[in-house]
Design a protein around this ligand. Sequence first.
Ligand code: ATP
Ligand code: MG
Length: 161
Amino acid sequence: MNSPFTPEVKPVDFGDIVRRVTERLGPQAERAGLKLKLDIPPGLPKGLADEGRLEQVLVNLLRNAIKFTPPGGMVTISTKVQDSSILVTVADTGIGISADDLPRIFERFYKADRARAGSGTGLGLAIAKHIVEAHGGNIWAESTEGSGSVFRFTVPTAARS
Ligand SMILES: Nc1ncnc2c1ncn2[C@@H]1O[C@H](COP(=O)(O)OP(=O)(O)OP(=O)(O)O)[C@@H](O)[C@H]1O
Ligand SMILES: [Mg+2]
């Protein structure tokens, strides 16, 4: 994962990607007793992205949100434009991440709490970071232990023609 890769980018509708991924993982969220909420403004400019890879980033974030949020909770995915980037936010009302763990969660194989983290390998966020950075974007997280986490990433917008 240290080798850089060049994503095959083209103008992509992030609203479409978010809708596709939430359709795919919707049943899983429902089984987990969670509400999924989308906030995609109309007229969002397109992002310059490799669609398949970007989908992978969202799947990894959404799977985590579902895995680490107890029943009755909510996961919100929103998109907006900020400067010349699309900003995507995945917020949950789950168990959160301690201040000690937070700086390390994007490392390969890092799991904050092995007992609760279940069967994952600890790679989902490392892969997400790798993909986002290959697009020239950033990814980061904020969290309050016990009340939830917010993951955000940016990807450059496509120049409007
Ligand atoms: N939304 C979240 N809420 C609470 N903790 C999280 C959340 N997302 C990630 N984490 C913490 O960060 C760790 C790393 O996440 P990552 O997605 O890389 O690995 P994983 O989910 O454990 O395994 P994998 O994604 O490979 O199946 C998790 O094990 C968990 O401790
Ligand atoms: Mg994961």
